[in-house]
Ligand binder design. Structure first.
Ligand code: HEM
Length: 469
């Protein structure tokens, strides 16, 4: 009898499986079944390879122009449905959120590195619900008020750091939110590993079997390292807050809020869940990546458009309703470059991808969609879609940190706008470019940041002196 070694058997099983799956789709199209259109396909590999794993949003935007509101990709055991309009996204992900709220499985980062226990990767179900309940306690619109003072202090300290060393603006914010080297490296590793298709085992379902290969295979080594980094990243800050609570010195934070408030009713395994909810939030947003990259993007856009900056005192979060121009600048910053351009859900074998990039670039009928023009959000003759409706995701998976993030963005941007003028670099000009990770933040760039006046500089110094952090 023919003896196959395990690897050859897996490869054979993979190829046969793919061939069968691909034939089914191929036949379905040939029989006129109503699959949405997509780029031309080939037997065995379908058309999935038209979705590049590197910054796929650019190509997907082109496909929208070519194939319309819904575009379908398949092959190598994957089905991907791309939704290109707000209507399509809202029909599926908001109105039918009960079925479109699963996540695709990530074998390497989710299972082998154990990140699958964090909220963003948890499947839709009881464990995920428990994490969302906890997140709601700490991050609901009412709960985030308790962080106002802290956020205002952090914005004031950022202003001071920039005043003292304006040329180091790129790293101040990281220092500000106390992202240690470990956190930064872990975030970078997670950011790379969670881009769809980063590992073969995630791109080709049958390759999930690769996880059964002996532990000396190189990708197992990489996974073990990743697992240890993630574990330390989640456990260390948690233990730190627990210690501070025990000696009565804990500062406001998600973990502090959840450990010091009444336990949420009906939740067992409380500490483990708190640790992972706070850890996941740290990883996904509060850790800084999302807010940090939006702030960097804002500085970059201000340097490219110095004509639109002005303000005359250091603002607080309560000022938001009296400052209509700044929210317009914030919205336009979020629209002009989405820092989380991919967020997908999973339903019965199909990954559903709201193409937020294409939605952001949808024409408002008046202003060029690719240009940075904040006044589009103040012009009553048009109704551009508010980026807050798509930048934070959709349906039941919508970002639980959005209220905290909106406050952070407002207070940081308002403080920067009030204290500094931001100009392009003395030599050359800024050519915007962005990293390839899940959070797509600006690549380092140079600009000139100067205090508006000597009195502004004094105000920045004295406000920073009153901080409690
Ligand atoms: C500008 C800042 C932010 C942006 C643009 C943003 C955007 C998003 C988006 C688009 C999603 C949905 C992702 C998906 O469906 O795959 C998401 C999910 C999430 N965000 Fe945020 N976020 C921001 C800040 C924050 C903050 C400050 C926190 C926590 C304090 C946070 C915690 C989370 C968590 C835990 C999830 C996963 C939710 C789930 O899967 O149920 N985010 N965010």
């Amino acid at each position: 009898m023919l003896q196959l070694n395990p690897l050859a058997a897996m490869v054979l099983a993979a190829v046969s499986g793919l061939w069968l799956l691909s034939r089914r789709r191929w036949k379905s199209r040939a029989q006129g079944n109503p699959l949405p259109p997509g780029p031309p396909s080939k037997l065995l590999i379908g058309n999935i390879l038209h979705v590049s794993p590197k910054q796929p949003w650019f190509k997907l935007y082109e496909y929208k122009k070519q194939y319309g509101d819904l575009v379908f990709f398949y092959g190598l055991g994957n089905n991907v449905l791309v939704l290109n309009t707000m209507e399509a996204v809202s029909d599926l992900l908001d109105k039918r959120g009960n079925i479109y709220s699963h996540r695709p499985e990530f074998t390497v980062v989710g299972e082998l590195m154990a990140l699958g226990q964090s909220m963003p990767l948890l499947p839709y179900g009881n464990e995920w619900r428990a994490h969302r309940k906890l997140a709601h306690v700490a991050l609901s619109p009412g709960a985030v008020k308790q962080y106002h003072e802290l956020q205002e202090d952090l914005a004031a300290l950022l202003n001071k750091a920039i005043l003292n060393k304006p040329e180091e603006f790129f790293s101040h914010y990281i220092a500000q939110v106390q992202l240690s080297i470990l956190a930064h490296e872990t975030m970078d590793m997670i950011g790379k590993a969670t881009v769809p298709g980063a590992y073969l085992a995630d791109l080709i379902p049958i390759c999930k079997l690769l996880k059964h290969l002996p532990s000396w295979f190189p990708f197992h080594k990489e996974a073990r390292l990743g697992r240890a980094m993630i574990d330390e990243f989640v456990t260390k800050p948690y233990e730190h807050v627990k210690h501070d609570l025990s000696v009565g010195e804990a500062k406001p934070s998600l973990t502090q809020r959840l450990l010091s408030s009444e336990k949420v009713e009906g939740l067992d395994n409380y500490e483990h869940r708190v640790k992972w909810t706070a850890g996941a939030s740290a990883m996904y947003g509060a850790g800084g990546e999302t807010t940090y990259s939006t702030v960097l993007l804002y500085i970059m856009l201000m340097a490219m458009h110095p004509e639109i900056q002005s303000a005359d005192r250091l603002p607080v979060i309560a000022d938001r309703s009296q400052m209509p121009y700044l929210p317009a600048v914030t919205k336009e910053t979020m629209r002009w470059h989405l820092i989380l351009p991919l967020n997908d859900v999973y339903f019965k074998g199909t990954t559903v991808l709201p193409n937020v990039w294409a939605i952001a670039l949808e024409s408002d009928g008046k202003y060029d969609p690719e240009s940075f023009i904040p006044k589009r959000f103040l012009d009553s003759s048009i109704q551009p879609i508010d980026p807050n409706l798509y930048a934070f995701g959709f349906g039941r998976r919508i970002c639980p940190g959005q209220y905290l993030a909106q406050n952070s963005l407002f207070v940081i941007m308002a403080n920067l706008a009030s204290a500094f003028d931001i100009f392009p670099p003395a030599e050359g000009k800024i050519e915007p470019s962005f990293g390839p990770n899940l959070v797509s933040y600006p690549e380092p760039f140079k600009c000139i940041i100067k205090p508006r006046s000597a009195s502004k500089a004094t105000l920045v110094e004295s406000r920073a002196g009153q901080c409690n952090v």
